[in-house]
Design a protein around this ligand. Structure first.
Ligand SMILES: *Cc1c(COP(=O)(O)O)cnc(C)c1O
Length: 382
């Protein structure tokens, strides 16, 4: 029987199961004006820039709030008012990006695509051809709504050829998937601490091209979500413009150290892939089928079809797992008739065995017999 490493497993799109040493950083009070806190913030900004090869061209601007705050700050500070945004929408988070931009009253064109096939060069070229006023294109890297990993290099190549600027919601992927902002020539990338960076929520980051920030002075219609002013304050004064979540910043600094100690993005990606493989293999052996072909799936979320069993309901499975201190994604954001399990966080392969064992118990409790699933739904004893 695999040993349980955490009291509670948060197998969701974040917040995640966080390492005790990251949480422990939050037990100490720190002054935001102390030199030490300034260094923590500066260290995080530097580390995240280095992770995406942005040190020469880009700036990392942290902002208080969840990742959506950073996206809103970035969009409304960096988008010229005579620009037009093309949002590639192939899942729940793509839709959220579109709604954010529309809520900001930015001129928006949506490229609505199905979950699969993945967006192609021709899709993006077609959308740009149809509307020459488009100046920026925005898409999710890992679309957490479906578990699909979007081809950002291909979209970046089209954007570069057409002189259109690229904005990437890398909230779910940053730190777990390679991303080179210099090679992509990305105008801005949006980053969360509480996904592949494995820290706690409360702050988010925009990694923006220095030239884009310089050109954005005075554009923001918001005072607190003014990315340019926030950046300037870090540059000129060296600390946060308003009260920072000091405990959260300290946790993130520790999480960055752990990321480095693990061996960086590639090693972390490999760990997630091992977790994902173990979980998918285990549930396939129990008769479950994945929604996506393996090559289109981001190995941070596994999406399964609901079992075809009269006793099954998602709600019942969710509650039965929750009673075992295992929390899976709360709903089906994009694809109906599926359930999703995240494998980001301080998780290793043995944790997948804990989850699979809990899954067996939960299924038995709600009267869904997996042997019957394996047998194809017929004939097995109840
Ligand atoms: C989690 C997530 C977000 C942001 O969510 P917040 O609730 O603001 O932290 C945005 N995009 C993607 C793809 C995500 O997975």
């Amino acid at each position: 029987m695999a040993k349980r490493r955490h009291d509670l497993y948060l197998l969701t799109p974040g917040p995640l199961t966080v390492a005790p040493e990251v949480k422990a950083e939050m037990l100490r009070d720190r002054s935001p004006n102390a030199e030490l806190h300034r260094e923590l913030t500066a260290g995080v900004r530097r580390y995240l820039l280095d992770l995406c090869n942005g040190a020469g061209t880009h700036e990392c601007v942290p902002i208080q709030g969840s990742a959506t705050y950073a996206i809103e700050a970035g969009l409304q500070t960096l988008m010229p008012r005579d620009g037009r945004l093309l949002v590639i929408q192939n899942g729940f988070y793509g839709l959220r990006l579109r709604e954010l931009a529309e809520g900001l009253r930015l001129p928006v064109t949506a490229l609505e695509l199905p979950m699969l096939p993945l967006p192609t060069r021709a899709d993006v070229e077609g959308a740009l051809d149809a509307d020459p006023s488009i100046t920026h294109v925005l898409l999710c890297h890992a679309e957490t709504g479906t578990g699909v990993l979007n081809p950002i290099e291909e979209v970046a190549a089209v954007a570069r050829e057409r002189g259109v600027k690229l904005l990437v919601d890398a909230v779910a992927s940053f730190g777990g998937f390679p991303l080179d902002v210099a090679a992509l020539d990305a105008e801005a990338v949006f980053v969360s601490p509480n996904k592949c960076l494995e820290s706690v929520p409360g702050v988010a980051m925009v990694i923006a091209k220095r030239a884009a920030l310089e050109g954005a002075a005075g554009r923001s219609a918001s005072v607190v979500l003014d990315l340019h002013a926030q950046w300037q304050f870090f540059e000129e004064v060296g600390w946060w413009r308003w009260t920072p979540p000091t405990h959260v910043v300290a946790a993130l600094a520790r999480a960055c150290e752990r990321h480095r100690e693990e061996g960086g993005t590639d090693r972390r990606h490999e760990r997630y892939r091992r977790n994902w493989g173990r979980l998918v293999e285990g549930l396939r052996a129990r008769g479950f089928r994945t929604l996506l072909p393996d090559d289109a799936a981001a190995p941070i979320i596994a999406t399964f079809h609901d079992p075809d069993h009269p006793n099954y309901s998602f709600e019942a499975l969710y509650r039965a797992l929750e009673r075992r201190d295992i929390v899976i994604f709360p709903g089906r954001l994009t694809a109906t008739g599926t359930f999703r399990i995240g494998v980001m966080g301080d998780l290793v392969e043995s944790d997948m065995d804990v989850i699979l064992a809990a899954m067996d118990e939960a299924l038995a409790e709600i009267g869904v017999v997996t042997a019957r699933l394996v047998a194809g739904g017929e004939g097995a004893a109840p």
